[in-house]
Write a protein that binds this ligand. Structure first.
Ligand code: GAL
Length: 438
């Protein structure tokens, strides 16, 4: 069988993108090197000068280390520019996105902000809040260095609106093998049912928290991985273009499995962030955490050794599937220092920038010309998976659905966390799709 491309497998995301694009009178076209509306201009040696305010949610811990690595390199390459860190704490942008929305609405944009490749960016494009950056992407090597499919997702009506810094995988289970050993578990379960059996064994062996969760967005991410497991990649992708019903038997099964998984977890509040959930595994208080691969940076940060202190496997039932998301940086309309922003975009899109950032962040470079051998084992395995796996789009991290749809899904999941009523969860998810898909 021909290896499916990013866009062919995730027709869903493309559809979401097209939907969002169509609603603003634009259409997705695939990547283009059109420079008519591009932001190209040649770089000044040492940088354009002035403050460059960069908005992210990488405010603390291992995530901040990734941003710090970029900042250090930016200072080195563009000494005339002054990096201003505008990070707002809260994983997955849980607080940052609301602050960003009001800054943009008030015409107070940062010089650049973090967004997700895919449906999320179409929100900003639809509102006319970000400028095309085709010229910078061309300057960086365009299609010869960035996967064509990735550029396709960043492109609306011939224009590319952001520079990708990395690719993350969301369907990873992080494991403390010393804890699983207590229940005699030494291998990765083959499917969701066997994983649930393993959690029962852990409980019986006295492990109170087999699986950890954080606040709502981490639960949305867990749910998306269960959906991928129970639906398979094609039907999962169909959830976003209307070809898979959100109240289908498979979604009902996923909701029931999600409910079962939550019987094995710690208690969480809506706003709890991810590091506490991952740290419970690191500290031997729990066996498993489903988290994007930014988690590997947390293990590394705490001096833990891959293969002995921690192991990882795809969420059971999703082996061979890569649940994709990519951070991507923008040039907002009305940015005070657009030339400084372009220096920032040049840096994050360069081979050196991608190497420095991704080594610290746990993700893999968006560029294809950064050697895998420069990276530790986890990232090498993610690079290999990205090349051969079926690629699907993350719900929780802006690849599959836009901000409004994600907000409705999050409300449904938060409500479910309190009620544990899986029939209502399915109804709410179906209603959210109906409202946002048309
Ligand atoms: C994602 C983001 C990642 C990581 C994660 C946790 O949305 O793409 O880079 O920061 O949130 O905060």
């Amino acid at each position: 069988m021909r290896k499916p491309t990013l866009l062919s497998v995730v027709a869903a995301t493309t559809a979401a993108l097209t939907l969002a694009a169509c609603s603003t009178g634009t259409a997705t076209t695939g990547s283009s090197s059109s420079s008519s509306s591009s932001s190209s201009s040649s770089a000044k040696p040492g940088g354009a000068g002035g403050d460059v305010g960069v908005f992210t949610w990488w405010a603390a811990g291992s995530e901040k280390k990734g941003l710090d690595a970029l900042e250090a390199l930016f200072k080195q390459k563009y000494p005339n520019d002054h990096f201003v860190n505008l990070a707002v704490a809260g994983g997955a942008g849980s607080n940052a996105k609301a602050k960003l929305a009001s800054d943009l609405a008030n015409n107070q944009p940062p010089d650049s902000f973090q967004g997700h490749a895919g449906a999320e960016l179409t929100d900003y494009i639809a509102k006319g809040q970000i400028e095309p950056v085709n010229g910078i992407v061309d300057e960086l090597g365009g299609e010869s260095v960035f996967p064509k499919d990735l550029l396709g997702r960043l492109t609306v009506k011939g224009n590319i609106y952001s520079v990708p810094s990395n690719i993350h995988r969301a369907n990873v289970v992080w494991v403390n093998p010393a804890v699983t050993k207590k229940a005699g578990i030494t291998a990765a379960p083959k499917d969701m049912a066997s994983w649930i059996e393993d959690m029962k064994k852990l409980k019986n062996a006295g492990v109170n928290t087999p699986l950890t969760i954080g606040g709502t967005w981490t639960q949305v991410q867990l749910l998306e991985t269960v959906l991928i497991s129970d639906l398979g990649p094609e039907k999962y992708a169909g959830l976003f273009d209307g070809s898979t019903a959100w109240d289908s038997a498979e979604v009902k099964k996923a909701a029931a499995d999600f409910k079962t998984l939550l019987t094995f977890t710690n208690t969480a509040s809506d706003g709890d962030d991810w590091p506490a959930a991952t740290d419970m595994v690191i500290d031997g208080k729990a066996a498993y955490n489903v988290m994007g691969d930014w988690a590997v940076a947390e293990f590394a940060d705490k001096g833990k050794k891959d293969g002995t202190d921690y192991t990882y496997f795809p969420v059971p039932g999703t082996d061979g599937v890569f649940d994709f998301l990519a951070d991507s940086f923008t040039l907002p309309k009305g940015a005070k220092n657009p030339e400084g922003t372009k220096d920032w975009l040049r840096l994050i899109g360069s081979p050196e920038g991608q190497k420095a950032f991704n080594l610290a962040k746990g993700s893999i470079p968006a560029r294809t010309d950064v050697p895998a051998s420069d990276f530790p084992p986890y990232q090498q395995s993610a690079m290999a998976s990205f090349k051969k796996d079926k690629i699907v789009s993350s719900i929780a991290h802006g690849a599959a659905v836009n901000l409004a749809w994600l907000s409705d899904i999050s409300t449904a999941v938060s409500k479910f966390y309190a009620s544990k009523d899986d029939a209502t969860l399915v109804k709410d998810l179906a209603a959210a799709a109906k409202k946002n898909q048309a």
